[in-house]
Write a protein that binds this ligand. Sequence first.
Ligand SMILES: Cc1cc2nc3c(=O)[nH]c(=O)nc-3n(C[C@H](O)[C@H](O)[C@H](O)COP(=O)(O)O)c2cc1C
Ligand code: SF4
Ligand code: SF4
Length: 439
Amino acid sequence: MANLTSTFAGIKSPNPFWLASAPPTDKAYNVERAFRAGWGGVVWKTLGEEGPPVVNVNGPRYGAIWGGDRRLLGLNNIELITDRDLETNLREIKQIKRDWPDRAVVVSIMVPCEEESWKAILPRVEETGADGIELNFGCPHGMSERGMGSAVGQVPEYVEMVVRWCKQYSRMPVITKLTPNITDITRPARAALAGGTDAVSLINTINSITGVDLDIMAPTPTIDGMGTHGGYCGPAVRPIAMSMVSEIARDAETRGMAISGIGGISTWRDAAEFMALGCGNVQVCTAAMTYGFKIVEEMISGLSDWMDAKGYRSVDEFVGAAVPNVTDWQYLNLNYVTKARIDQDLCIKCGRCHIACEDTSHQAITREKDGVRHFEVMDDECVGCNLCVDVCPVEDCISMLPMAAGTKDPRTGRVVSDDYANWTTHPNNPSAKSVEPAE
Ligand SMILES: Cc1cc2nc3c(=O)[nH]c(=O)nc-3n(C[C@H](O)[C@H](O)[C@H](O)COP(=O)(O)O)c2cc1C
Ligand code: SF4
Ligand code: SF4
């Protein structure tokens, strides 16, 4: 059976599935039950500095986007960092680490961007025996207006400065949690590395307004007639998170840096995809909030079964395996030609592919044959865009088939070549030159 044990930034855990810093990790009661369910580690809900804790709203703090089946796709929240007393949190962290020595216990911290504040909290966290710290440079609401969270994460110089303090005043591994509310994610990642971080984690939530109540004309969630922007997470953000992860994994300066993948991970497959893009482990929040702690059982068995089937003995064998296959558009092979093919036995004749292709793509799907509904791809019009596959309600009903080298594409009249040719050398490219793809 595959070995799921993980060592991330020097921190050991029995599997690569950690709970992200959020309500699931807010207190010993939760963490205790999460560990019993099988989670490999937790990042404790973000701690603030000594003194009166922050105050949350007393009304709705969540908004959501659902699929047609009411399945939760995106979650929006306006919650702040922990609103529990620092001392209580530290005591519980210590107890949890003592009771669960084989699990990873990382503590998330957010204090003012001043050296004295970081210097004060670090020894207190270290004293709990926690395995490491995660710096919350990501929260985009409430705390950012107070000069913390994403207000720090959006300024690479601040990121580097705070990471440096943490490395200077503590011996614990430092994971820098990045905000996605930034144009170029490699900038804060490079800054964190320059400051000496042991790893980065991403993404934190995306700035969002999930809805407007049109009766009272206010954003939701609404607090006494008013609303505010919140942090977006859940399955809907996964593609954004994976793209950002891959940018860091590919960047010449940050390549090889330990990355903890976060953002919409709900299944073992989601986790494996993040890991293939370079994440040493993953963190989960929304899926646990939606389905409960026991989802980790399926994550563990699913990943293990997949690794067995693929012959991977340890997670390290596939972490980053997809990174060399992520490239820039200009290096994609323009000689790769595909055509859509409809499986007539599976087709339920709904017509969605026809409408999509007819109205918005390349008018390449028939609607009838001999007076009856019939949907078939016309190869002489099909550009191989894949839109029909994406709108078809029947899985695997439409497939994209690559054309064999040497055959003639009826759309262009050109013979398909098996030579690799990209935009950099294409005759239509005004700045065409002969270059090799970037590594
Ligand atoms: C209600 C809520 C509270 C959160 N609080 C924190 C927090 O205190 N610290 C932090 O670093 N991230 C916080 N997050 C962000 C999550 O840790 C995670 O980065 C984000 O939700 C994306 O993961 P997901 O799509 O699995 O939820 C919070 C998320 C939610 C939904
Ligand atoms: S792949 Fe694109 S062009 Fe071809 S049939 Fe489907 S939607 Fe039309
Ligand atoms: S969308 Fe799919 S099921 Fe519907 S007609 Fe097209 S191929 Fe058939």
